[in-house]
Design a binder for this molecule. Structure first.
Ligand SMILES: *Cc1c(COP(=O)(O)O)cnc(C)c1O
Length: 349
């Protein structure tokens, strides 16, 4: 093949995000968005923006957000770096700590973007399979990776590794340990405290899931100054825009609202798991805003297609090890009822 693109880029497939249908009558349970709207304070903050604030370049380090987030998290603003979604933060991490030829390691199955980011950076990736109980694989400690990603709670499984286990691991490895807490708002614990006693631990969070702001594109990393400082050197100059900084600042200050919508999701999660099990799925306990449900017959791919025909979108991964399951985002009570009723019809009970 004759192409101007770099050889290793030609070899890549690129990340394939879940479908985002244009019409709005779909029961959309495929990309782990929050089913509730963002805090009204977010829309107020966006409405208050002046033309002047758009004429000028934004604050290059999202300072208003960092000051607000620092207060909420009980850390210093200089222990935080903001990004255009936490995906931007993950890219910054790869540039800062892995680089071309370096290795990154992570347990699988997990967030597929880690592999894509390694490919973009021309880095190596070491994928260590989870055991059946989804505990931290011991082999992760002996990979020579410069950085280890642990998605916690994990996607697509919804499982967690306890902070004590990760703290012990961080103490034993030479690698930078990145805990991707995209779903932490739906879980009971967090690894945030680890950044105080470990010079090699970073926690990455997003406003996309818990704060219902996937369209905004805002995420951040928290960690020791020594690591955050280096990350600042490789980020894009104005990686967060003025609109998103204003909105994200309002969102993080409204913790009461975040807790209320996440609690509503957690309550529904119990019902959805119970009902899926009643329908014959093997649905594991979830600490996230989705459920990983496996089934032998009918084939998960077939169920996915039948649901889609009926205007219900869930996530199906057509790849080895994941092709017997569906990742189902928890929606509103009405959406969940529609999904469960439809699955009942499809499964004939
Ligand atoms: C959704 C998600 C992200 C990315 O979130 P954005 O802030 O929207 O880029 C990162 N990691 C995991 C595991 C996610 O599921």
């Amino acid at each position: 093949m004759n192409s101007y693109a770099l050889e290793y880029v030609q070899q890549m497939t690129g990340y394939v995000p879940g479908e985002q249908p244009a019409h709005t009558d779909v029961v959309k349970l495929n990309t782990n968005e929050n089913p509730y709207p963002p805090s009204p304070k977010v829309m107020e903050a966006v409405g208050r923006l002046s033309a002047e604030s758009l004429r000028r370049y934004p604050n290059p380090t999202a300072t208003p957000f960092r000051i607000a987030a620092a207060e909420v998290l009980g850390i210093g603003p200089d222990m935080i770096i903001a990004g255009n979604g936490s995906d931007d933060i993950l890219t910054i991490l790869m540039r800062t700590f892995v680089g071309s030829g370096g290795a990154v390691a992570y347990p699988v199955p997990t967030y597929a973007l880690y592999r894509t980011l390694a490919q973009i950076e021309h880095a190596r990736f070491v994928e260590i399979p989870f055991s059946d109980d989804y505990s931290l694989p011991a082999e992760l400690a002996s990979t020579n990776a410069r950085l280890v990603f642990v998605c916690n709670p994990n996607s697509p499984t919804g499982t967690v590794i306890l902070p004590d286990v990760l703290a012990d691991f961080a103490g034993r490895t030479q690698a930078v340990v990145v805990v991707d807490e995209a779903y932490v708002d739906f879980a009971d614990g967090s690894c945030l405290d680890m950044i105080r006693d470990h010079d090699n631990v970073l926690v990455v969070r997003t406003l996309s899931k818990g704060y219902a702001l996937a369209g905004l594109r805002f995420g951040y990393a928290a960690g020791p100054r020594s690591l955050i400082e280096e990350m600042y050197k490789v980020k894009d100059s104005y990686n967060c825009d003025a609109v998103s900084i204003a909105a994200a600042t309002a969102a993080i200050m409204d913790q009461k609202y975040r807790a209320s919508i996440c609690d509503a999701v957690r309550i529904e999660r119990i019902r959805v798991i119970d009902e899926l099990r009643r329908l014959g799925f093997d649905a594991i306990e979830s600490h996230s805003n989705f459920v990983w449900a496996t089934i032998d017959t009918p084939a998960a791919g077939q169920l996915y297609a039948q649901l889609k025909q009926r205007n219900i979108l869930v996530r199906y991964f057509d790849e080895p090890g994941l092709d017997n399951g569906l990742r189902i985002t928890i929606g509103t009570p009405e959406q969940n009822t529609t999904l469960l009723r439809t699955l009942g019809e499809l499964l004939g009970n």
